[in-house]
Design a protein around this ligand. Structure first.
Ligand SMILES: Nc1nc2c(ncn2[C@@H]2O[C@H](COP(=O)(O)OP(=O)(O)OP(=O)(O)O)[C@@H](O)[C@H]2O)c(=O)[nH]1
Length: 321
């Protein structure tokens, strides 16, 4: 009677293992498959008869054999469970993901438990793998991370132009100044302001004025390097901080910017507007005690450009201070 009960129990357990929504695989010590439940059948397209006695590594060459066998052998040696998680490796076996809404994941993300199985003599002569589909969790986390990154990025940007906003740009300036003080790496600043911008607004309207500002920002982006810090400093005032750049290098870039802006025709709401900019260029120097001394130096050079008739570049030299 008791034996009959045990067999029933075994049947139930087998039924449960067959139908649960996680992958169950049993391997012998040569990595040949002995148990392959219906989750594994459904996702791999291989019936348990087709998988039986086949080597896991032959059937799924995408498995990193060195890494996986090291993990599994350690679990057997220590007689404890081991785990692999999607954050370290997205999956053990590449299964297509059928996440209905997202369409973001081609492959199923998996967590895997590796569990040594002992025979009645206490020897771990088989290993059970339990494979969890964690695609939903992984995607949620990835989307959240991407959204947070985007939010952080947005918090650093000026909404109209996409350039760095003044607050973040000033933080970058202070970091660059600290680097200069520590390692004496040169850095220069190009600061410019659109000439006679008020009449552009007055004659063509505020929206066209905005478009001019956006176009000027686009030109800066075209000329700046990845490592430069291009920011909108005020209404129609822009800053371009150039790490590892001498005054002369910055002056060349300033002239290229000036000429590019001068050539530009902004077409907006059936209006065609051209404009010029006045620029000031300065570099970090020994006598500067704060990062903002660089802004003051470039600003005073910019002021000289305005005084001298606009549409020109002025370099700040130490004599000016
Ligand atoms: N359309 C638009 N106008 C802005 C924005 N921010 C500032 N302004 C305007 O820009 C104009 C700047 O004018 P001013 O500082 O007098 O300088 P300017 O007319 O460019 O003359 P100079 O700088 O001396 O060549 C002001 O009329 C501001 O209202 C903005 O985001 N959009």
């Amino acid at each position: 009677m008791a034996a009959q009960f045990d067999i029933n129990e075994l049947h139930w357990l087998l039924d449960i293992v067959q139908s649960i929504d996680v992958g169950v695989v049993v391997l012998d010590r040569d990595y040949r498959i002995e148990v392959w439940n219906s989750f594994m059948e459904n996702h791999s397209g291989l019936s348990s008869a087709e998988a039986a006695q086949r080597s896991l590594f032959e059937l799924f060459p995408e498995i990193d054999q060195d890494w996986f066998s090291r993990k599994l052998e350690t679990a057997v040696l220590l007689g404890t469970r081991a785990f692999t998680i999607w954050e370290q490796r997205p999956y053990l076996i590449r299964f297509n993901s059928y996440q209905p809404i997202t369409g973001l994941a081609d492959a199923m993300y998996q967590n895997v438990t590796i569990m040594p199985l002992r025979n009645p003599r206490g020897e771990a002569d088989h290993v059970c793998l339990i494979i969890y589909d964690v695609t939903g969790i992984a995607l949620n986390k990835r989307q959240l991370e991407a959204a947070n990154l985007q939010l952080r990025e947005q918090a650093h940007r000026d909404g109209m132009t996409g350039l760095l906003n003044r607050r973040y740009w000033e933080q970058s300036l202070e970091r660059e100044f600290a680097r200069y003080q520590r390692y004496e790496t040169p850095a220069s600043l190009v600061m410019f302001d659109i000439d006679n911008f008020k009449p552009i607004n007055d004659n063509h309207g505020h929206q066209t004025g905005d478009e001019v500002i956006r176009e000027a920002a686009r030109v800066i982006r075209e000329h700046a390097r990845e490592t430069d810090y291009a920011g909108r400093y005020g209404g129609e005032e822009f800053v371009l901080l150039l790490p590892d750049t001498s005054l002369q290098g910055a002056a060349q870039l300033a002239e290229r910017l000036r000429q590019a802006m001068e050539r530009l025709i902004v077409e907006h709401l059936e209006q065609r507007v051209s404009f010029t900019i006045s620029l000031g260029v300065a570099q970090f120097s020994e006598e500067m005690s704060s990062a903002f001394d660089l802004v003051a130096a470039a600003d005073s050079a910019l002021y000289q450009s305005k005084q001298a008739g606009r549409n020109r570049t002025t370099l700040h030299t130490s004599d000016d201070t």
